[in-house]
Write a protein that binds this ligand. Structure first.
Ligand SMILES: Cc1cc2nc3c(=O)[nH]c(=O)nc-3n(C[C@H](O)[C@H](O)[C@H](O)COP(=O)(O)OP(=O)(O)OC[C@H]3O[C@@H](n4cnc5c(N)ncnc54)[C@H](O)[C@@H]3O)c2cc1C
Length: 429
């Protein structure tokens, strides 16, 4: 039986619950394929609206990116806010962004309502890697245009919290937060079950049949689900069941490492903030202090076979010590990789192929909050006829280059690293 890979989250999972494999022919209003955050949010949104739902997962709840990510719950999308305004205009961009603000509030509410041990901690600090102006203006822009609760921090304040010569000024996003994603996935799955939804693990959807009547039949190796609606939420772990989605999903690996717990006096010499933190490089580091005083450190991208856990530990610890050399001696406890499914537009694929065939997937590296937005968009479309999904129409299905796509992505990542270096040379300091 497939279980979770070794991560900090699988080691600290509270209330692990196994769901059976589908071994029967069952019916529901909707069959959701893939139990990452997108599928879970869609299923939960639907059962909350009185629909009968079957959620199929080929491995375990939150097995993919959702149960092994950085745990940053941040509004917005992979595409930056100014780019979004440029692409679709201010009003449309604000409508899209608002979906994620609502989702962020909903995640907090679900944690509370369902008593989920996700351990949320408030605030995100974005530290500038470059001594260049513009961050104060950025804080005002996000507040004025998108209604974000922001605060500008000057260099002294940033360095009081993050004692590294690499950072200059910064920006606090007060309503973003961080949490334990695998516990959150399991807590929501439990809520789906309690509301009457049916969940099947170890149940890969291998074929979708469409009858002339409009009814769909989703086949798994040992059973089937007959439904009026099907929602594809498989992301980078999807198996080619839908060619259009597979062709337009760029699969990119990224890595996370968690240290052994760090004595408080040593940690205080480096990081004094409990907020989740990232820097402003294209190829950024992101990190946060965990409840046991260990440090979660994430970053990098790859497309070839992921390095071994031991290689990842060395790589990521090396990145950490470049920023905080005073933490030398700290040991890496566990490191892992995960796959992200990217739409090249850096906005998710959310919408409808034909009557009853929906998709909510490819959220890239910025998906914890937007997956909940996507789940609500699809659930309200199916249950209430909402047309919010049309907001995503400008971000359609670009070909990602087939087998060469990941190598292009790798080249893009290296070009980001190069641009970061060049920008670094241009620092005013
Ligand atoms: C290491 C890492 C760190 C990240 N950090 C952050 C972060 O801090 N903040 C943030 O916002 N985003 C982060 N992300 C991105 C975020 O995790 C993803 O965007 C988001 O979780 C995607 O959710 P999903 O449900 O679309 O896909 P996934 O979580 O990948 O779920 C897809 C699921 O579908 C299942 N599946 C696929 N095909 C089938 C099938 N045919 N039948 C049944 N089941 C199927 C898979 O087994 C899988 O469980 C990170 C990603 C990674 C990998």
């Amino acid at each position: 039986m497939t279980d979770y890979i070794d991560t900090y989250y699988s080691r600290t999972l509270e209330g692990d619950m196994h769901y059976p494999a589908l071994q029967d022919n069952v019916s529901a209003d909707i069959c959701v394929i893939g139990a990452g955050f997108a599928g879970i949010a869609t299923a939960l949104g639907l059962v909350q609206r009185g629909k009968s739902v079957v959620l199929l997962e080929s491995r375990r709840i939150g097995f993919g990116a959702s149960g092994r990510n950085g745990g940053f719950v941040i509004a917005g999308y992979g595409m930056g806010e100014k780019q979004l305004v440029k692409k679709v205009g201010r009003a449309h961009a604000v409508d899209l962004y608002n979906l994620t603000i609502t989702a962020r509030t909903l995640i907090r509410k679900r944690i509370k309502d369902y008593n989920i041990p996700a351990h949320p901690v408030g605030g995100q600090l974005i530290c500038s890697w470059y001594d260049t102006p513009g961050h104060e203006e950025e804080a005002s822009y996000l507040h004025d245009v998108f209604g974000e609760n922001t605060e500008y921090w000057d260099k002294d304040k940033v360095r009081a919290h993050c004692q590294t010569e690499h950072y200059y000024d910064g920006l606090v996003m007060k309503d973003n937060f961080h949490m334990h994603p695998l516990n959150y996935a399991h807590g929501q799955a439990k809520a789906i079950k309690q509301a009457g939804g049916r969940i099947y693990e170890q149940s890969e959807a291998v074929r979708v049949e469409e009858k002339a009547s409009g009814t769909k039949i989703v086949h798994t190796p040992q059973g089937s689900v007959t439904s009026e609606h099907v929602v594809f939420c498989g992301s980078a772990y999807f198996n080619g069941l839908n060619k259009k989605l597979s062709r337009s999903c760029l699969k990119v690996s990224t890595y996370v490492m968690v240290t052994e717990p760090i004595p408080q006096d040593k940690l205080d010499t480096a990081i004094k903030s409990k907020m989740c933190i990232r820097d402003t490089r294209y190829a950024d580091d992101y990190y946060r202090i965990l409840p046991d005083n260990s440090l979660l450190w994430g970053g990098r991208c790859g497309v070839n076979r992921a390095p071994s856990p031991d290689q990842l530990k060395d790589m990521m610890l090396g990145d950490l010590l470049k920023v905080y050399p005073q933490l030398a001696g700290v040991k890496a406890r566990v490191a892992w990789s995960g796959l992200m499914g990217y739409n090249v537009y850096k906005l998710p694929h959310i919408g409808k192929f034909s009557e009853g065939i929906w998709y909510c997937t490819n959220f890239g590296g910025h998906g914890v909050c937007p997956t909940t937005a996507g789940g609500e968009v699809i659930a309200s479309a199916i249950a209430e006829g909402s047309e919010d999904y049309k907001l995503f129409e400008p971000f359609g299905f670009a070909y990602t280059g087939g087998v060469f796509g990941p190598f292009v992505a790798q080249a893009v990542y290296h070009s980001w690293e190069l641009m970061d270096k060049l920008r670094g040379i241009g620092r005013r300091a």
